[in-house]
Design a protein around this ligand. Structure first.
Ligand code: NIG
Ligand code: FE
Length: 445
């Protein structure tokens, strides 16, 4: 090994993550932090080339290995291979029999509002009675109702309630999650939300990134004074958030009836000056310029896109910005689905995410999101799974470490009960398939 390794093409002097458990060795002394998962019928989502996202026709490739093992060391993937080539390992390592289940990389959910002060099923009934999401918002309901509730709630209670949702999505297979603020709408309450997100980051085994969404709606105190509210976001909130290092990203609800592309540009610019890259809501309710402003400011993602046009698709080709679709929102609000099939045909690499929130998507179930992408957007199971794993990780800036099965990546995955094929996962759209969840190489259930 000191001469370098021909199998993994490591150069001499490199310390590859798999070195201590190299498959060409016959007897390996492994520390207790090592776990072997064996008898895996299918190991899915293998990414040998270290791709950070998949685009166009690449999205239909979801590499699998049958009759496999997976070796984890110190929370990362140390090795994997076929059971026939399983190296002889030290007797005292932890062994987990997958019993013919499938192992899949955890979902990477790049768009959620998991921190919130509770449900809004009264609006659900309003929608059944014929009101649209925009009409409810215009009447002063929607996001503003969530802001009222959040204002009344203590930071501790908000944390406890949000952690229940974090645990819920973890048990449904999510391993990385983006969480937004945006139900505070004043500096103090936005900071309260972001501190709760920081506590989740510190205490949950999930990998969490935080996104400051002060411009989610105009606070009631600023009714009729939208530009003064944007000034508050730019001049007070963003510097305060940055001073405490509370957000990785900055977001704006850039849409008809919410914030304009000009206002969005100001906020993205201010965010960039404080080290926060944009990840924005755009073109959900109307083709309102969200894509253009996202690209102008090199946002990491532009999300929703239910009203995306062919021109928007053409504009996104060759950019770093991830188009992110939220199929659960279209399902719940009964609005069109984003044109993800067209995006893939044009060579783009869309992600899909849950948008888990009390108003437009009260579900963080990524398996169901994958099913919806197949059923309603006509994605192949492989394309939908890539969109929900490696491309979701890309849309959070995490795909070097998460989102696929590769040596050196964080060991975030789930083991299923025996299933006939990978396509069964989205096909059986309400069947629970997950047997065990592993995050950082540790079993969570
Ligand atoms: O992504 N579209 C804007 N924001 C959320 C909904 C938030 C809410 O209604 O509470 C969304 O759908
Ligand atoms: Fe959202």
């Amino acid at each position: 090994l000191s001469k370098g390794c021909s199998i993994h093409r490591c150069r001499r002097g490199d310390v590859p993550p798999h070195r201590r458990v190299h498959p060409v060795l016959t007897q390996i002394i492994v520390p207790m932090a090592t776990t072997l998962i064996y008898n895996i019928a299918t190991l899915g989502g293998i990414n040998r080339k270290g791709r950070l996202r998949l685009q166009g026709s690449e999205m239909a490739q979801f590499e699998t290995l049958d009759n496999a093992y997976l070796l984890i060391q110190d929370g990362r993937i140390a090795d994997f291979g076929s059971m026939e080539s399983l190296p002889q390992l030290a007797a005292d390592l932890k062994r987990v029999d997958a019993e013919g289940g499938t192992v899949m990389p955890s979902f990477c959910d790049s768009h959620t509002h998991i921190v919130n002060a509770g449900s809004r099923e009264n609006e659900f009934v309003d929608k059944i009675n014929g009101l649209s999401y925009a009409e409810i918002a215009k009447r002063g309901g929607g996001i503003l109702n969530s802001a009222d509730k959040l204002h009344e709630m203590s930071e501790d209670e908000l944390f406890e309630q949000s952690m229940k949702r974090v645990r819920e999505v973890m048990l449904k297979g999510t391993g990385c999650v983006e969480i937004k603020s945006g139900y505070g709408l004043n500096t103090e309450d936005e900071l309260k939300m972001l501190r709760v997100i920081r506590r989740i980051k510190q205490t949950s085994p999930l990998k969490v990134v935080s996104n400051f969404l002060g411009a989610h709606a105009v606070d009631r105190a600023y009714a009729g004074r939208q530009s003064a509210y944007v000034d508050l976001v730019v001049n007070e909130m963003i510097p305060a958030v940055a001073a405490e290092g509370l957000a990785d990203f900055v977001d704006v609800f850039c849409d008809e009836g919410f914030f304009t592309p000009e206002e969005t540009g100001r906020i993205l610019q201010a965010g960039a000056e404080h080290g926060m890259r944009g990840k924005i809501h755009g073109q959900e309710l109307a083709p309102s310029g969200g894509v253009e402003v996202a690209l102008k400011h090199n946002a990491l993602s532009v999300d929703h896109l239910e009203s995306m046009t062919d021109e928007d698709i053409a504009m996104m080709i060759g950019t770093e910005t991830s188009p992110t679709a939220l199929p659960g929102t279209s399902f719940f609000l009964n609005i069109p689905f984003a044109p993800v099939r067209k995006m893939i045909s044009a060579g783009l690499g869309p992600a899909i995410a849950s948008d888990y929130n009390p108003g437009s998507t009260p579900s963080g179930d990524m398996k169901f999101v994958v099913s919806l992408a197949c059923i309603k957007m006509r994605l192949l199971p492989e394309e939908a799974l890539n969109a929900a794993t490696i491309n979701g990780a890309y849309a959070m800036g995490l795909s070097a470490d998460y989102g696929s099965i590769a040596i050196g990546k964080v060991a975030n995955f789930y083991i299923t009960h025996p299933i006939p094929s990978i396509a069964f996962i989205p096909y059986a759209y309400t069947t629970p398939v997950i047997r065990e969840v592993y995050l950082n190489g540790e079993q969570q259930n």
